[in-house]
Design a protein around this ligand. Structure first.
Ligand code: B12
Length: 220
C-alpha cells in the first residue's frame, strides 16, 4: 500500500513530507513505521531513476529529504546505551566506490540503541583500511553497507584478506543495503544478509546471546 507520505516522498514534496512527519511524531506515531514508508518511497525513486524518468538531481534531492526525515525521527527512537550496557562491537563501512550512507547511518543508530558499539569508518573506504581497523579493534561484527554492484569485489577482497590473516573465524560478517541478496552474501563470503536494518540488529543480538550461553555452559 502506498501511503500519502510515500507518495509525497516519491514526488519530492519536501514541505508536505516534513510537515506530515512532524505531525505524526507529535501524535506519537511509531517512528519506525514512518521510516519504513519513506524507505519504500526511496525504492520507487530508485526505480524511476532506473527507468530514466528521474535523473541524478532527483536522486540527490531524495537523499537530502530522507536525511531530513531521519533527523526528525532519530531522537524518537530511544536512548543510546551507556558504557556499562555495551554488549558487542561492530566495524561498519561502505566500501570504496560507494558513497551511499543513509541506510548505514540508520543501522548504526539502531545498533547503538541496543548496546552494540559502532566504529563507523564512513563511505568510500579503501579495503586496506577496513582490514587494518578490524585488526586493531577486534570487533564481534563487521558490517558492509552496499548500494552499488561495484562494491561486491572489494568486499570479497576484504573478507579473503581477513581469512588469510586468521581473523575471519572470530568475526560475523553482515552485508546489507537495497541491492544486496543472499547470492551477494555467498559471493563475498559473508555470514548474513538483509535489506532491513532491524533484522541485522536482531541477528547480532542472537549471536551475542548464543555466545553468552556457550560461555556460561563452559564455566560450569
Ligand atoms: C538516495 C540515492 C542516492 C543518493 C545517496 C545519498 C546518500 N547520502 O546516501 C546519491 C544521489 C548520492 C546517489 C548517487 C548514486 N547512485 Co544512488 N540511489 C539512491 C536511492 C534512490 C536510495 C538509497 C537509500 O538511501 N535508500 C534508503 C535506505 C534507508 O535504504 P538502504 O540503503 O537499503 O538501507 C536499509 C537496509 O538495506 C539496511 N542496510 C543498509 N546497509 C546495511 C548494512 C548492514 C550491515 C545491515 C545489516 C543492514 C543494512 O538498513 C536500512 C534500513 O532498513 C537508491 C535506490 C534503491 N533502491 O536503493 C539509488 C541507487 C542505489 N543508486 C544507484 C546509482 C546508479 C547511483 C549513481 C551511480 C548515480 C550516478 N549516475 O552518479 C551514484 C553513485 C554515487 C557513488 N559513487 O556512490 C543505483 C545502484 C545500481 C547498482 N545496482 O549498482 C540505485 C539502486 C538506483 C537504481 N535503481 O538504479 N544515490
Amino acid at each position: 500500500m502506498t501511503t500519502d507520505l510515500t507518495k509525497n516522498l516519491i514526488e519530492l514534496e519536501r514541505e508536505k513530507v516534513l510537515s506530515e512527519v512532524k505531525e505524526r511524531l507529535n501524535q506519537n506515531d511509531d517512528p519506525m513505521k514512518i521510516f519504513e514508508e519513506c524507505k519504500q518511497g526511496m525504492e520507487i525513486v530508485g526505480e524511476k531513476y532506473k527507468q530514466k524518468e528521474y535523473f541524478l538531481a532527483e536522486l540527490m534531492l531524495s537523499g537530502d529529504l530522507f536525511r531530513e526525515v531521519m533527523e526528525l525521527i532519530e531522537p524518537r527512537l530511544g536512548k543510546v546505551k551507556t558504557e556499562g550496557d555495551i554488549k558487542g562491537k561492530m566495524v561498519l563501512t561502505t566500501i570504496k566506490g560507494d558513497i551511499h550512507d543513509l541506510g548505514k547511518n540508520i543501522l548504526a543508530t539502531l545498533l547503538k540503541l541496543e548496546g552494540i558499539e559502532v566504529y563507523d569508518l564512513g563511505v568510500d573506504v579503501d579495503p586496506d583500511i577496513v582490514v587494518e581497523k578490524v585488526k586493531e579493534i577486534q570487533p564481534d561484527f563487521l558490517g558492509f553497507s552496499s548500494l552499488l554492484t561495484i562494491t561486491f569485489d572489494p568486499m570479497k577482497e576484504v573478507i579473503n584478506r581477513l581469512e588469510e590473516a586468521g581473523l575471519r573465524d572470530k568475526l560475523k560478517i553482515l552485508v546489507g543495503g537495497g541491492i544486496t541478496t543472499s547470492l551477494v552474501k555467498d559471493y563475498i563470503g559473508a555470514d548474513f544478509q538483509t535489506i532491513d536494518a532491524m533484522e541485522g540488529v536482531n541477528y547480532c543480538l542472537e549471536i551475542i546471546k548464543s555466545r553468552v550461553v556457550v560461555k556460561t555452559r563452559g564455566g560450569i
